[in-house]
Design a protein around this ligand. Sequence first.
Ligand SMILES: Cc1ncc(COP(=O)(O)O)c(C=O)c1O
Length: 393
Amino acid sequence: MSVPPPPEPITGARLLFSLDPAVSHLNHGSFGAVPIVAQRAQQRLRDEMEADPLRFFTQGLADRIAHTRRHLAGFLGADPEHTALTTNATTGAAVVFQSLGLRSGDEVLTTDHGYGAVDYSIRRECRRTGATHRVLPVPLTATQEQVVQIVRDGLRPGRTRLLVVDQVTSATARLFPVAAIVGVAREHGVPVLVDAAHAPGMLPASVRSIGADFWVGNLHKWGYAPRGTAVLVVAPPWRDRIEPLVVSWEQDSGFPARLEWQGTSDYTAWLSAPAGLYTLRSLGVDRVRAHNAGLAAYGQRVVGDALGVPPAELPDPGGPTVAMRLIPLPAGLATTLDGARALQTRVAERLATQVAIMAWGGRGWLRLCGQVYNTPEEYQRLAVGLPGLLAQR
Ligand SMILES: Cc1ncc(COP(=O)(O)O)c(C=O)c1O
């Protein structure tokens, strides 16, 4: 079957970033890439901070943070009153876990598509409190309706103190129907944390319409913000119960200052996040979304063909704007975390191509992303080089 054409390129977009032109960067999802405009905005703020640190920290910083919070909440369709800035999804999730007041007999429920660091965080909190972590297996091929049904059947009301579900999964590049899942959990009185690390900028996110108790999203992936920019949205009943990981002078100031202020730290990433969104908006948010998802789908087909994977066996991400796609690797390759990391490094070194290699469900997967700075030729070059590299075990 012939590969459908790639999307129209967003001409000149690569020049907006400072990425090494000798490398194909096909893994935007892991650590993002910051447009030069946002890098410059952050540098200007750092210059201002270094010129007079006392003035920077004590005159107007709180207002600037509040302004940024309102800006980012507006972009995400979140209520600014329910929103706190935080450094990343890992931190936001940990804040939630340690605020729950878990006890022996309680459980935290996740799916087997969850993010490894978040799972570690849950397990640490469970060890500390005597609660348990239960993992629901969800087949990669489950339809959205089946996913909702699996979660519904997996809830243990009265015992499940939190359900954690990813909006776009990391290892499996799947969109989960989080609004429907939140609805089902609510019927059973189970609070939900939506881990939306990849959603801001990638999905037409409307946090309000999802209605989760907690929602955490990174701006530093698909929202082009400097690294260290994320938001945690907390439903009103929880706002006074949510505790920061690190106690600061703002402890008695309530939500969100208590969470946001972390002592002497570099807050310039947050303040320059609107410059990242400015780049996204200038290119056209919908245009970027359609381009990135289309290019990832193209890359999946080109590389899948090269590895002899029939189109029907290429996982569908479950939504039109998911800009990450999986390709199964030959059996026996990268089946463990260490094996996946080693192969990822080999691909980077030998093919000058950054990809994500994932071990999930007993097999290895290649995850490709699409971004405005990518071209169809980059996926084509990977398709030429990868089969030979995989053959040299
Ligand atoms: C689903 C998910 N959750 C959490 C994270 C962690 O994000 P961060 O490293 O910014 O905390 C990621 C990162 O890729 C992710 O994909």
